[in-house]
Write a protein that binds this ligand. Structure first.
Ligand code: CS2
Ligand code: MG
Length: 402
C-alpha cells in the first residue's frame, strides 16, 4: 500500500483552518488538522515544502515509523510548527488505518473505556452578573461543567470575554488587537465571580477558570488559595510553564486542582510537571502534541501519577481534531474532561462529522475512521483571511502574556 497524493487545504469558514488530506493507491484517504492559530501559513509551508514530498510512496500503514521519520529525521526537533505538521500526518494515517480496519478509531486504540465524554463549555460576560447569567444558560443546555471568565473593571478586553454570544473567537483582527492586564484588579475580582456562582447555583456543577498564563507563581498560588472555598474542577494555565519548576510554588500553597498544557507540543514540556505531580490535568491535545501517536505517550506517563487528561478544544482546533480527540477520550483510561467550544455553522458544514452533543457530553460516532471529513468544494468558498490573536499590555505599556 502506498501514499499517492497529499494536499493541504486552507479555508476560513468563520476562522482559518489548515487541513491535510492523504490519498492512497487503494482509494482510501485520511484527513488531518494542522491549524496553528495566528500562524497558519507556516504549517502550510512546512507541510507542502518539507513533508508532502517525503510522504509520496510511503506505506501509510507504518504510522509509528512515519512519525519517527518526521520527528527524528528532520534533525530539528519539537516546536509548534513541526509538531502540528506531524500531527496532521498522524491523524490522517490513523484515519486511513481505522477506515481499512472498518472500525471507529477508538476501537483501534484499544476500545471504549466509557460511553460518553464529559465536556465543559465557555461562559463569559462583561461583568460578574453577565457571567453568572451565561453560566445559567449553559446549565439549561445540560452542561455539567462550565468554564467561567469575566470582564474586570479597569482591564481593557479581559481574556476570555466574548461579545454577548454563547461562543467567542479570540483571533479576530488582521493585525493583533491590544488588550490590557492588571493582576491586582483580577485578583480582586475573580474570587467574587466564583463566590456569586456558588451562591447562585450551589456546588453540583463543575466550575473551571483559565488564568491564561497571566500570573507569577506567587500570584497564582494566592489566586488558587482564594478560590479554594469554591471547589473548582481546575485552575488552568495559572502561570507560564516554560519553567516547569514554577508549578512547585503554586502547588505548595493551594489544593485548587491545576491544569496546564494547551501550548505544549511534546512530552518533554510536561515531563517534570507530571513526574513531580505538580499538576492534576494535562491539556495537551492531538493537533498540538504531534497527533495520537505522541499524545497517548503523554497520557500513559500521566496515568502513572494519577494525572488525568483535559484536551484543549477551543475553536482553533478544527472538527478534525475534535473528532480525533473524542475517539482518544473514549479510549484513554485516565480521562478527565474535554473542552468544547462550538464551531460556527459554516465550519460544521465544511467539516461533516458524526460526533454529537447530548446532556453535557459529546459522543463520538461509529463511522470507520475518526468520523470527520472535509467538503472541499465548500471549503474553496471560504479563502484564507489573515487573523491574529490579541496581545496584552500592562497599564504602563509593558508587554505581557496574552
Ligand atoms: C484558551 C484558548 O481554550 C482555552 O483554554 O486558552 O481560547 C486559547 O486562547 C486559544 O486556543 C488560542 O488559540
Ligand atoms: Mg486555556
Amino acid at each position: 500500500m502506498k501514499i499517492v497524493a497529499a494536499k493541504v487545504i486552507v479555508c476560513s469558514p468563520g476562522r482559518n483552518f489548515v487541513t491535510l488530506k492523504i490519498e492512497t493507491d487503494q482509494g482510501v484517504y485520511g484527513i488531518g488538522d494542522g491549524t496553528l492559530n495566528g500562524r497558519e501559513l507556516s504549517v502550510v509551508s512546512y507541510l507542502e515544502e518539507h513533508v508532502v514530498p517525503c510522504l509520496i510512496g510511503m506505506d501509510p500503514r507504518r504510522i509509528e515509523d512515519i512519525w519517527q521519520y518526521l520527528y527524528r529525521g528532520a534533525y530539528w526537533r519539537r516546536g509548534p510548527v513541526t509538531m502540528r505538521a506531524i500531527a496532521a500526518v498522524d491523524m490522517a494515517l490513523w484515519d486511513i488505518k481505522a477506515k481499512m480496519a472498518g472500525m471507529p478509531l477508538y476501537d483501534l486504540l484499544g476500545g471504549k473505556s466509557r460511553d460518553r465524554v464529559m465536556v465543559y463549555g465557555h461562559a463569559n460576560g462583561s461583568d460578574i452578573d453577565e457571567t453568572v447569567d451565561a453560566v445559567g444558560q449553559y446549565i439549561d443546555l445540560g452542561y455539567k461543567a462550565i468554564r467561567a471568565q469575566t470582564g474586570v473593571p479597569g482591564i481593557k478586553d479581559a481574556y476570555g470575554v466574548g461579545r454577548g454570544k454563547l461562543y467567542y473567537e479570540p483571533a479576530d483582527a488582521a493585525l493583533p488587537s491590544v488588550t490590557g492586564w492588571d493582576t491586582r484588579k483580577a485578583l480582586n475580582h475573580v474570587p467574587r465571580l466564583f463566590e456569586k456562582l456558588r451562591q447562585t447555583y450551589g456546588f453540583d456543577h463543575h466550575l473551571l477558570h483559565d488564568g491564561h498564563h497571566r500570573y507569577t507563581p506567587q500570584e497564582a498560588a494566592n489566586l488558587g488559595k482564594m478560590l479554594e472555598p469554591y471547589q473548582l474542577f481546575w485552575l488552568e494555565d495559572c502561570t507560564p510553564a516554560e519553567n516547569q519548576e514554577a508549578f512547585r510554588i503554586v502547588r505548595q500553597h493551594t489544593v485548587t486542582p491545576l491544569a496546564v498544557g494547551e501550548i505544549f507540543n511534546t512530552i518533554w514540556d510536561a515531563k517534570d510537571l507530571i513526574q513531580n505531580q505538580l499538576i492534576d490535568y494535562i491539556r495537551a491535545t492531538v493537533v498540538g502534541a504531534g497527533g495520537l501517536t505522541h499524545l497517548r505517550r503523554i497520557a500513559d506517563l500521566a496515568s502513572l501519577y494519577q494525572i488525568r487528561t483535559g484536551c484543549h478544544g477551543a475553536t482553533d482546533l478544527s472538527p478534525v481534531t475534535m473528532g480525533c480527540a473524542l475517539h482518544f477520550d473514549t479510549w484513554v483510561p485516565n480521562f478527565g474532561i474535554q473542552e468544547y467550544m462550538r464551531h460556527t455553522e459554516e465550519t460544521d458544514a465544511v467539516f461533516p462529522h458524526d460526533y454529537r452533543f447530548e446532556d453535557g457530553h459529546l459522543i463520538c460516532g461509529e463511522t470507520p475512521g475518526h468520523g470527520v471529513d472535509i467538503n472541499e468544494d465548500l471549503a474553496a468558498k471560504y479563502p484564507y483571511k489573515r487573523a491574529y490573536l490579541p496581545v496584552a499590555r500592562l497599564q504602563d505599556g509593558t508587554m505581557w502574556n496574552w
